[in-house]
Write a protein that binds this ligand. Sequence first.
Ligand code: NAD
Length: 343
Amino acid sequence: MDNLILVTGGAGFIGSHTCVALSAAGYRPLILDNLNNSDVRVLERLAKITGRPPSFIKGDVRDRTLLDRIFREHNISGVMHFAGLKAVGDSVTDPILYYGNNVTGALVLAEAMQAAAVKTLIFSSSATVYGTPERSPIPESAPCRPANPYGRSKRMVEQMLADLQHSQPDWRISLLRYFNPVGAHQSGLIGEHPLGNPNNLMPLVSQVAVGVRDQLAVHGNDYPTHDGTGIRDYVHVMDLAEGHVAALRHAASGPGLVTLNLSTGQGASVLDVVKAFERASGQRIAYEVGPRRPGDVAAYWGDPSLAQVTLGWRARRGMDQMCADTWRWQQQNPQGYESDGAL
Ligand SMILES: NC(=O)c1ccc[n+]([C@@H]2O[C@H](COP(=O)([O-])OP(=O)(O)OC[C@H]3O[C@@H](n4cnc5c(N)ncnc54)[C@H](O)[C@@H]3O)[C@@H](O)[C@H]2O)c1
């Protein structure tokens, strides 16, 4: 069988949802994850959704010996590389950790793939590679000026993989630049469960709604936007997951390198998200407006048209569904995967 896909970081937020989309499309995911930011109980939940537990190996993507063994023992046809660290603030305080995990991780993986002659790779990049954009919607051709070590680690990997594909044109590489992934699978069985303090808006909003947190801190309401709060391009995680399956199908059509935004092309402000979440949950979201956060951009959103043309993919789920699905997950699992009462 040639439909086995190695999913590094597959126990995490985006990887786990992509495992669902892979299974629905007839692929078999093999998860490699060191569980540094995820919970092994996600595997039972995946089994409930797909009817079959995913194959799982606990290990680190930087472990070359382990990777060689995985490629030797399994007939892997392609790799989705989600494993990485993603907290921008942490990357500023500990850049070596970030370059080690994100850049070395991708390098070791590419070496092992090359040795095993597995040449289909889909890489989780990020809109942070653009830095402060000159205009929105941001096309893929916009200059890349990442403003922090996390963004630079993603950009370095993009450049490394582009060089690899240039030198060995039989590789099939997709660099997918995600905007702001939110939401959860509609079953409420899997979702985002940040360990420690969430860095992103939607988990914070949903924690206020469920009562885990008293109120939301809004960082600035004096931006030049319709309500003064910052605007971002939120994408439903299941749309992202389906984008990965579309990229895998596209890779099957021939070798090459594609760099694509996975975005909706629409921005929503912090207060738009708060109001949509109030509608979805029936709860009031208390918030307090504080000063702007250094480094925050007023507004940006991505241009998704190249992904539409190249992959035939576009985001189908709107903000109301993003909030409704997040709310279902949060309500059923107020403590994330520790909330086993939900099962
Ligand atoms: N969530 C976002 O806002 C966002 C936006 C753009 C890009 N991305 C990228 O998408 C990818 C997935 O993000 P996510 O939100 O699902 O994060 P996540 O933390 O939920 O998932 C990442 C997974 O990788 C695992 N992991 C980390 N380092 C590893 C290593 N060295 N070896 C093996 N496993 C390792 C973690 O345990 C975790 O399960 C990351 O590369 C991230 O940088 C995320």
